[in-house]
Design a protein around this ligand. Structure first.
Ligand SMILES: [Zn+2]
Length: 236
């Protein structure tokens, strides 16, 4: 794990492809995303290494319902008793993962994969439904960032000026970008979400962490505003 800011850890032990995050605070431990199916034991081991019992994991916040982020949510919830939270709009997808929409070239591929149990996350019932602008006890502000999925959220920790972007942004191949991969069915909304993130919260951000790609530890808000200005050819 690497510490991003006091108490916030990026979990690198679940593979290079995707990250999830552990946040230690006075209310216990909160996990943001869970990785693919099959990561439960790894995450519990890391929790224990930090000196916690399984039941200290009180809450799992899911940025969205994709398999690489919510894949281990159901078994982790069972093992720890943690409450699962997601955006109101994402609830249906978590309860019925086959509802996931993609762009059409991927559909036959995903249909094929869905026949293998390891490639479909087990359904999970969220316990708490979040809305845009909601302030969470951990100090996170919920920011609805639709596009990659309809109920995608990013989380801003204002006190430490950290944005957990989920898949609203990616930082792969040394490039900060909106997520307009084939897995994003609504690319226009994905770009609008980047604009809104930059316009409304750009000045509150130094560090950005991603589901995919290494953290940006300085000037994250500035780079986000530059990206949005470029996407819409309008200076923020
Ligand atoms: Zn992802």
């Amino acid at each position: 794990m690497q510490e991003i800011t006091t108490g916030l850890w990026q979990i690198d032990e679940i593979g290079d492809n995707v990250h999830c995050f552990l946040y230690e605070w006075r209310g216990g431990v909160t996990l943001i995303d869970t990785g693919y199916p099959g990561q439960t034991e790894t995450i519990l081991r890391l929790l224990r290494q930090r000196g916690y019992a399984d039941h200290n994991l009180r809450r799992i916040i899911l940025t969205h319902g994709d398999m690489d982020h919510s894949g281990s949510a159901a078994p982790l919830k069972r093992a720890t008793g943690a409450k699962v939270a997601c955006h109101t709009v994402e609830k249906a997808m978590l309860e019925e993962p086959k509802r996931r929409r993609t762009t059409w070239p991927l559909r036959p591929f995903l249909w094929f994969l869905s026949r293998f149990p390891g490639f479909t996350p087990p359904p999970v019932t969220p316990d708490e439904l979040l809305v845009d602008g909601q302030e969470l006890p951990e100090g996170f502000t919920v920011i609805h960032t639709p596009g990659h999925t309809p109920g995608h959220i990013a989380l801003l920790h204002k006190a430490s000026r950290v944005l957990i972007s989920g898949d609203a942004l990616v930082n792969t191949r040394h490039q900060l970008r909106p997520n307009t991969s084939p897995f994003t069915p609504d690319k226009e909304n994905a770009k609008r979400s980047v604009w809104r993130l930059a316009k409304k919260y750009g000045d509150d951000i130094d560090t950005i962490v991603f589901g995919h790609g290494p953290p940006i530890r300085q000037n994250g808000g500035k780079r986000l505003k530059a990206l949005a200005s470029r996407l819409f050819s309008t200076e923020i």
